[in-house]
Design a protein around this ligand. Structure first.
Ligand code: AMP
Ligand code: MG
Length: 641
């Protein structure tokens, strides 16, 4: 666990050997369904189970947060790949993935924890939520093709996850679509979930990828279908609240908010108050991750209750996550409120991408002509979504100390209290907005210090090193992530004179050179920045103004440990998809997953991982970590998946 309790890269990757158990023996719970109201159409699991599968058709569901519905099941499924890190984090034994039970569970053919004969046990469900899509209210959405199976708590870590199948068939929330997922988008989600996790970025996870052999799913063309078993501590989204708000369902908003506080975010006691002095970066200290108790002030000048603390926590988590996306050049591509997690997880992977050549206006979403979900807009958009969340919590935030007053609880806002409640809610949202910015910037500074190898932070670094290097990358069209990786490997002894620095500048060019600027000018621009950076490294790592070779090697290793050598870029995923779908390859999935789970290595083939020698493909590794070929840079995807 990272120090703030968020999952970190170490969780799944370098943990000691573990035992784990079988899927059948995994401790299971159904906290979500036993705490929250179900769709009245299917009063209980036994009734749902007795309903013919084809009767689960799209419709509006009111007064409920989910419907009991089982996966459709699949003829002839083939398990294509599993994430070893996911097995470990769930506490499943490694050899379990080879069993028939595993295949039948991850393809939706076998339910665990449900006893058909007695009609007892926990039952699968699909969530009901809504969302603002591209800024417009879209009404009821919900899990249109995802069906949750059960929750399990890993006894070794105490973390509870909810397991769900994506692409498991129609639910009442499928709207006009088919409840299926195609292999192409399933490969993308499977790999990126685990890649983000290994970079230390909060995200939903993926355990397995299953091909539904013989299935034909109609998209722009007919494609094979697949199911990803994905898992998260919670699948609740801001859109879960939006739907209740537009329906005026104040009782359920309160119930769901209470559930999120108590069951998802660690209990009311764990939720923070107002941040003390959120703006203050101090020279010298690299910001820490998360918010520590001593940074939290008591009551603010506005009367705040526990729901304000809940709001602040959700906002802060999302602020940190979006800072991570910006620092690593990740774009979700469809940041609608139904794809924004109450836990601040990266969620719902459609047309996502990692940045190739740095362009703040780039969006991976082919259909996003207004660039709403472009790289540079992500922080603003997440805040826009969080304001909608503030509005959904509005009367709870605004009620202040009167939030538990029986008249307020049963009647809501009275005419004479209305002004006061609105004003209070607004000021809490505004003030939390300041915290959002401060939390974002703090996390962004921390990550950029790490990526640049700085051990201290100075206010001047923000402009002189962070912003200026982005300007250079944009102007010269340099690859964002390769820049940091290549900088990590540069030795200080190779850049001590301006001549050397200019010579080394081409390390950051694509192999065909720079396009928009004369090459000499490009070398000057980069070498001037390198000199500023070099001086800061000497300040942070040197003794008496110089850095020994050993210290410089330490610096290089520290940088490599946070600057990935491998990221699953669009073109790599496209290649993997082609090879799996068209050429029937399978092992390539294990290899891409292995690289995604160990992104900071220089090489993978024939090296030892977790005590076992790994057989990779050195040629492929080299190709996937070099320059992105020109014709496949900055690819875009459509939403159809
Ligand atoms: P997304 O843009 O993927 O977040 O999806 C928006 C909404 O459409 C969610 O409620 C999804 O469950 C639903 N949806 C997307 N694709 C499908 C599909 N093939 N079948 C059923 N529902 C879908
Ligand atoms: Mg979605």
């Amino acid at each position: 666990m990272a120090s703030n309790g968020a999952p970190g890269p170490q969780d799944g990757v370098k943990a000691p050997p573990y035992e784990g158990t079988t899927l059948a023996d995994l401790p299971k719970s159904w906290t979500f369904t036993s705490s929250l109201p179900n769709d009245p159409r299917h009063a209980n699991p036994a009734e749902s189970h007795a309903t013919p599968r084809e009767q689960f058709l799209p419709r509006q569901v009111h007064g409920a947060l989910y419907t009991w519905v089982r996966p459709e099941g699949a003829e002839d499924p083939e398990l294509l790949a599993v994430s070893p890190a996911a097995l470990r984090d769930l506490g499943i034994r490694a050899d379990e993935a080879q069993t028939e039970t595993f295949l039948q569970v991850v393809s939706g053919n076998k339910l665990l924890g449900w006893d058909e004969e007695s009609g007892e046990g926990g039952y699968p469900w699909a969530q009901c939520y809504g969302g603002f899509q591209f800024g417009a209210w879209a009404g009821q959405l919900g899990d249109g093709r995802a069906i949750s199976l059960f929750e399990t708590t890993n006894p070794a870590t105490g973390v509870r996850y909810e397991l769900q199948l994506k692409g498991a068939g129609l639910t009442p929330y499928s709207r006009f679509a088919d409840g299926k997922a195609v292999l192409r988008s399933s490969i993308r989600e499977f790999v990126v979930s685990e890649a983000l996790h290994s970079l230390g970025i909060p995200t939903t996870r993926a355990l397995s990828l299953t091909l539904l052999r013989g299935s034909r799913v109609a998209r722009e063309r007919v494609e094979p279908g697949a199911i990803v078993l994905r898992f998260a501590q919670s699948w609740l989204r801001l859109g879960s609240f939006d739907l209740l708000r537009t329906r005026g369902d104040r009782v359920l908003i309160r119930q769901l908010a209470t559930y999120v506080a108590e069951e998802v975010l660690g209990g009311w006691e764990a939720l923070p108050g107002r941040l003390a002095n959120p703006e203050a970066p101090t020279d010298g200290e690299v910001p820490r991750r998360g918010v520590k108790k001593d940074e939290i002030e008591g009551p603010s000048e506005v009367e705040e209750n526990r729901f304000a603390r809940l709001y602040r926590e959700v906002v802060r988590r999302n602020a940190e996550t979006v800072a991570q996306w910006q620092a690593y050049g990740f774009m979700n591509g469809v940041l609608n409120t139904d794809n924004t997690s109450v836990m601040g997880l990266s969620l719902d992977f459609g047309p996502f991408a990692f940045m190739d050549n740095f362009d703040p206006s780039y969006t991976p979403n082919h259909d996003d002509s207004l660039l709403r979900y472009s790289y540079k807009n992500q922080p603003t958009i997440i805040w826009w979504n969080l304001v909608r969340f503030g509005e959904a919590l509005g009367e709870l935030l605004g009620a202040g100390a009167g939030v538990d007053d029986p008249v307020f609880v049963s009647e809501g806002v009275t005419k004479e209290k209305e002004k006061e409640i609105v004003a209070r809610a607004e000021s809490i949202i505004m003030q939390t907005g300041e915290e959002y910015k401060a939390t974002f910037l703090k996390e962004y500074r921390r990550l950029m210090c790490g990526r640049l190898g700085l051990k201290t932070y100075r206010e001047s670094d923000f402009d002189q090193l962070f912003s200026s290097v982005l300007d250079i990358m944009q102007e010269l069209e340099l690859d964002f992530n390769l820049f940091f990786r290549r900088l990590s490997g540069l030795k200080l002894s190779e850049i001590s004179t301006s001549q050397e620095r200019r010579a080394k500048a081409s390390l950051f060019f694509y192999k065909e050179g720079v396009r928009l600027v004369r090459e000499d000018d490009a070398r000057v621009r980069i070498s001037e920045w390198i000199e500023l950076w070099r001086q800061r490294i000497v300040d942070d790592w040197g003794e008496n103004g110089s850095v020994s070779e050993e210290r410089d090697a330490e610096r290089s290793a520290a940088m490599k440990a946070v600057n990935p050598n491998f990221i699953p870029r669009g073109w790599i995923l496209d290649e993997v998809i082609q090879r799996v779908e068209k050429k029937g390859e399978r092992d390539v999935l294990d290899r891409v997953m292995h690289m995604a789970l160990h992104p900071f290595e220089d090489t993978w083939d024939s090296r030892e991982f977790d005590g076992v020698e790994y057989k990779g493909d050195a040629e492929e590794e080299a190709r996937w970590t070099k320059d992105v070929p020109e014709s496949v840079r900055s690819l875009q995807c459509s939403c159809s998946s």
